[in-house]
Structures are given as structure tokens and as C-alpha cells.
Design a protein around this ligand. Structure first.
Ligand code: DMJ
Length: 591
């Protein structure tokens, strides 16, 4: 007889089975949920709401701020980072700032040195610059080990070639140009494609190239500045032809499906786009940037790139900008289009990488005759017929604001969201990706910015345009209107880069002060004995990770330094920065 207090064996077995099934279900569900929401979950668990108090009280600078002394402090930070690299890692690529060791993610040729050359020159660090030149003199650009089978073409161009050329432009040191030309020769196998779009990677020792045919837009279309300038200073026509062929391939491509904007994936054999996904961030960012910048660098002579830029920005302003439901944050989404017949699907992700966009829009609004394009273009935007491009342009024209104002309004709103992405965090540093909350309930949802602008106009233009105006930072996750989707802070430059241009274009000192607050957060949260380290999470104090990317010295610290310096070292109408923050002087092409 079984005891009344003890369940029978079979009952126990059944209960165990059920418990096991429930357990397995919970584990599977847990794994699935973690895979889907892992980053956000980690942030939510690890962060305690407002554990450190808001780091920001005021973004209006005191009238007596000594900006030059702030620039000097940034120079001190650069020295700390570079000396740490020299001591523990040189001549390898990058410093590991916690373990005080080194690693070689970019061919092992000393990328931190090449990427830092022009920043050192601008900061007047003569000894460091001379020491770096000795490494440049010895460079052979051979692949050092079998681990580094291929030099990634894009990274090699923007960091090494761009770094050499900008340092040459600033210093006139001939060896820098000689080495730039040598490197470009070694990269030549990349252009062994009928489209003129480069291969993803090259082995500079053997001439072998990667076999991938499907390559990201940024990787195939971010070389025009470097090659056109190289042609100018060497007098070699073939470098100009490399750049021109890429522009022609992009210009001739059928981009009806994406409203005239360049999609994210490209077939380097046919020179045609693959699919119709669009991004202003990862995989695409610098290609959009080079459309405007190549037009400006070539003293406004490259009309095709300008036309492509107008198509891209028209699509961005009318289809990719949204205003969040509660806090009215302006953001730029990426879109996916799974097949020709389906509609674009907005991801509502706003990436740190996309925070270059406000600066780009402001630079365009400042430099282009946006409301008098006849003076510059034969094929005017209103005559375009790339799917919805003409429709988009008409929509912009109906806003009762000049095109210049529209571009500047968008720039201001986007830069504000990029700023809040920093100011809202306990560390004061911005995450890699925010996923914007697009739907609260049927009445409260994100709106296309262009629709919100039209509504604002018809209701009498009360208050500031949608997505702009003063907004207070908040540490309350509920009020933020976004989820921190990827919580890392990678010492990236884009937000500071945009503040620099916003400051130059608007003269509004709040952009400088916001830059100062971010600089203080970098010092407080990321500094180590040997340099500066990226963070695993912007919500977690001391979540340092052992990496110091070279773009921190090439861009983040350079833009901070330039933002604070009182004199105009690189006037916007005379110098154009490549996507790695390397400045080239404006010139008229003769090749
Ligand atoms: C840099 O290498 C360049 O700015 C590039 O265009 C994007 N990624 C990094 C910085 O975030």
C-alpha cells in the first residue's frame, strides 16, 4: 500500500516527465529569447536605473571658457594614448590598453602609426611625427604572416592610404607620397573586375584577391577621395581613372527599386546592386559620405557624385527619417526589402555609425547651392526618374521651407538624438545601436518625419519643427523612447564628427559644450594606465574591454581637438576629410 503522503512511483515519474518537459521548454524559450534580445536583456539586467546620477546638468558653456586650454587637454589625451601604443605595441597595429599588449587586425603594418600621422602634425607633436616617419620609411606593405592572408581593401585605403596622403598634404614630406603611391600599386589587383568596383581583400605579397562577389557598398565605393587626390599629387592618370570608373558604375546602375539611393550590397562583377536593402550606417555609410565629399574635394567639378548625393538625401529625408512617438526624437532607420514585390520594412535601428549623417547634411547645406541647383547640375533633381526619386523631391519642395532649411533642420534633429544617446546613459557614452520604440499603442507611434513636417506646417508651425528643439536627457529607460540594442561603446568618432561640423556651420556653442561633456566621459570611463579602452556596455561602469581602435586617434581625438581650437585650422571650403578623418585639400582635377 502506498503511503497517502507519498505520491506513487508512476505519479512521481509523470511529474518528473512534466517537469522535465517544462524545463526543456523554458530552456529552449530562454535560448531563443536570449538570441533575439540578448544585448538588450544584458543591458537591462546589468544596468540599475540612475545608479550614478546623470552626468549632465548643462550643455550651455560658461561665457569665459578657455577653449584652447580644452584643446590642449585633448592633445594630452592623444599623447597618453599614442605613447602607450609606442611603449607596449608598436610597430604592431593596435594597443591592447588593459593587458598592455598588442594585436594585428589590419595587416600588421602598424595601422595606429599611419592613422595618427596627421593628428600628430595638427597637434604639433613633432618628435612623435618624426619617430612615425621612420616606420613609414621602412614599410614594405608585405603580408607578414599566413594569418593576415588578405588586406581588407576598404580599411587599407581609408586608414593607411588616407593617413599617408593627409600627412603628406599637411607636411609636404615626400616619403609619405612615395609610400602612398607604392601602396596603391600593391593594391592594384583589387581592380581586376569588369565593373571597376574593387575586390574585398588583396594579398599584397602574392596579388591574390578574395573570391567574394557580393560586397558591401561602403567597401566598394569609399576610395574616390584618396585616388583622385593621389592622381593630383603624383600626376598619374590611372589613379583618377580608378575613381572615375567607380563613380560611373554607381551612376549608371539601375536603382529604381531604391528610389535612386544606392542600396547596401553590390555585385562587383556586374556592377549591379543586389537586393534593395538600404542603410545609412554599417556597410554603407562612407559611400553616401563620399558622394558629397568627392564633389567638394574636386572643387565642385564632379557632377555625377553630386547628383547621386541629392538622390540619396532626398530618399533619406522623405523615406528614412522618423520621429519617435513620445520624446519626438529624430532618427534615421535602415530598411529591408525581402523581395521586389514587398514594401520596404524599416528596422527602426539607429546606429552610432549613422551619427555621421547630421554632420554630412550640415556640410552639404553649408557648401551647396541647394536652392539654386541649376547653377551646378544639368540633370536637375526634379527631372529625375529613379522610381520614387522625383516624387520625393516634389515632397521636399512642398514643405514651404527651402531645401537648405530642410537639410539643416534634419541635421539639427539627428545630431540632437546622437547627443541624447550619450547624455541618457549612466556612463555618458553612447551605444553602438539604439532600437527606437516605434509603436506604443495604435495612437502613439513613430511618424515619418516628412509627414510630421507637413502636419506641423498645416497646423501653423507652432514650436520647433518636428524632431528638433531642446530635449532633456533622461536615465529612465521607460522615457527614453528606445532600447539600447547593442550596448558597446567602441570609442567611435561619428557623434563628435557631427558636432564639429554643426559647430562650424551654425556657430552654436552648445555643440562644443556637448563635445566637452563627452570628452570628460571618455576620460572618466575609458582611460587606462596605457591608453583608452572600449566599453562592453554604456550602462555598466568599468565594463572595459581590451581594445583601442586606431580610429580613436585618427578621428575621435582629432575632431575633439579641432572642435575646441579657437582658430580655423582646416576651413570647410578648403579641406575635405576622408571617412577616417584624414584631411585633403580641395583641388581642381586636371587628369
Ligand atoms: C572608421 O574606420 C571610419 O569612420 C569608417 O567609415 C566607419 N568606421 C570607423 C569609425 O567608427
Amino acid at each position: 500500500m502506498s503511503s497517502p503522503h507519498r505520491p506513487s512511483y508512476s505519479h512521481t515519474a509523470l511529474t518528473h516527465k512534466r517537469t522535465a518537459r517544462v524545463g526543456i521548454f523554458l530552456i529552449v524559450a530562454g535560448v531563443a529569447l536570449y538570441a533575439l534580445y540578448g544585448h538588450a536583456l544584458r543591458t537591462a539586467i546589468l544596468s540599475v536605473e540612475n545608479p550614478f546620477g546623470s552626468p549632465y546638468t548643462d550643455d550651455i558653456p560658461a561665457p569665459d571658457v578657455d577653449w584652447n586650454s580644452r584643446a590642449e587637454q585633448v592633445k594630452g589625451s592623444f599623447k597618453h594614448a599614442y605613447h602607450g601604443y609606442e611603449k607596449h605595441a608598436a610597430p604592431a597595429d593596435e594597443l591592447k590598453p588593459i593587458s598592455k599588449s598588442k594585436h594585428n587586425p589590419f595587416n600588421g603594418w602598424g595601422v595606429t602609426i599611419f592613422d595618427s600621422l596627421d593628428t600628430m602634425h595638427l597637434m604639433g607633436l613633432k618628435d612623435e611625427f618624426q619617430r612615425a616617419l621612420t616606420v613609414v620609411e621602412d614599410a614594405t606593405f608585405a603580408m607578414p604572416t599566413s594569418e593576415n592572408l588578405y588586406a581588407p581593401y576598404f580599411e587599407t585605403v581609408i586608414r593607411y592610404l588616407g593617413g599617408l596622403l593627409a600627412a603628406y598634404a599637411l607636411s609636404g614630406e615626400r616619403i609619405l607620397l612615395t609610400k602612398a603611391d607604392e601602396l596603391a600599386e600593391l593594391l592594384e589587383p583589387a581592380f581586376n573586375t569588369s565593373s571597376g568596383l574593387p575586390h574585398f581583400g588583396i594579398n599584397t605579397s602574392t596579388g591574390n584577391v578574395t573570391s567574394t562577389i557580393d560586397v558591401g557598398l561602403a567597401e566598394v565605393a569609399s576610395l574616390q577621395l584618396e585616388y583622385s587626390y593621389l592622381a593630383k599629387v603624383t600626376g598619374k592618370r590611372k589613379w583618377a581613372q580608378r575613381s572615375q570608373k567607380v563613380i560611373k558604375t554607381l551612376y549608371d546602375a539601375d536603382v529604381d527599386l531604391t528610389g535612386g539611393m544606392l542600396p547596401t550590397r553590390w555585385n562587383i562583377s556586374s556592377g549591379r546592386p543586389i537586393g534593395a536593402d538600404i542603410s545609412v550606417g554599417g556597410q554603407a555609410d562612407s559611400a553616401h559620405e563620399y558622394l558629397l565629399k568627392h564633389h567638394l574635394l574636386t572643387a565642385d567639378t564632379d557632377k555625377e557624385s553630386l547628383e547621386l548625393y541629392l538622390r540619396a538625401t532626398t530618399h533619406i529625408l522623405t523615406r528614412l527619417l522618423y520621429v519617435s512617438p513620445k520624446r519626438h526624437l529624430l532618427y534615421a532607420t535602415n530598411t529591408r526589402r525581402p523581395s521586389r514585390t514587398l514594401n520596404d520594412w524599416p528596422t527602426h535601428d539607429f546606429e552610432h555609425l549613422s551619427c555621421f549623417l547630421p554632420g554630412l547634411l550640415a556640410l552639404g547645406a553649408h557648401s551647396l547651392p541647394l536652392d539654386n541647383l541649376q547653377s551646378r547640375l544639368r540633370n536637375l533633381p526634379e527631372n529625375h526618374d529613379y522610381g520614387r526619386a522625383r516624387e520625393g523631391y516634389t515632397m521636399l519642395g512642398q514643405q514651404n521651407q527651402s531645401l537648405k532649411e530642410m537639410h539643416m533642420t534634419a541635421a539639427e534633429g539627428l545630431a540632437m538624438t546622437c547627443w541624447l544617446s550619450y547624455a541618457d546613459q549612466p556612463t555618458g557614452l553612447g551605444p553602438e545601436i539604439m532600437r527606437m520604440v516605434s509603436l506604443v499603442n495604435s495612437k502613439t507611434q513613430a511618424a515619418l518625419w516628412i509627414d510630421a513636417m507637413a502636419k506641423w506646417k498645416w497646423s501653423g508651425k507652432r514650436g520647433s519643427p518636428p524632431g528638433t528643439g531642446a530635449k532633456r536627457p533622461t536615465l529612465s529607460r521607460q522615457d527614453q523612447d528606445y532600447i539600447v540594442w547593442r550596448p558597446e561603446y567602441l570609442l567611435r568618432p561619428e557623434t563628435i564628427e557631427s558636432f564639429y561640423i554643426m559647430w562650424k556651420v551654425t556657430g552654436d556653442a552648445r555643440w562644443r559644450q556637448r563635445g566637452w561633456l563627452i570628452y570628460q566621459a571618455i576620460e572618466r570611463e575609458t582611460r587606462t594606465d596605457a591608453g583608452y579602452a572600449i566599453l562592453q556596455s554604456v550602462a555598466v561602469k568599468n565594463s572595459l574591454k581590451d581594445e583601442m581602435p586606431s580610429f580613436f586617434l585618427a578621428e575621435t581625438l582629432k575632431y575633439l581637438y579641432l572642435l575646441f581650437r579657437e582658430d580655423d585650422v582646416l576651413p570647410l571650403d578648403k579641406w575635405v576629410m576622408n571617412t577616417e578623418g584624414h584631411p585633403f585639400p580641395v583641388f581642381t582635377p586636371d587628369l
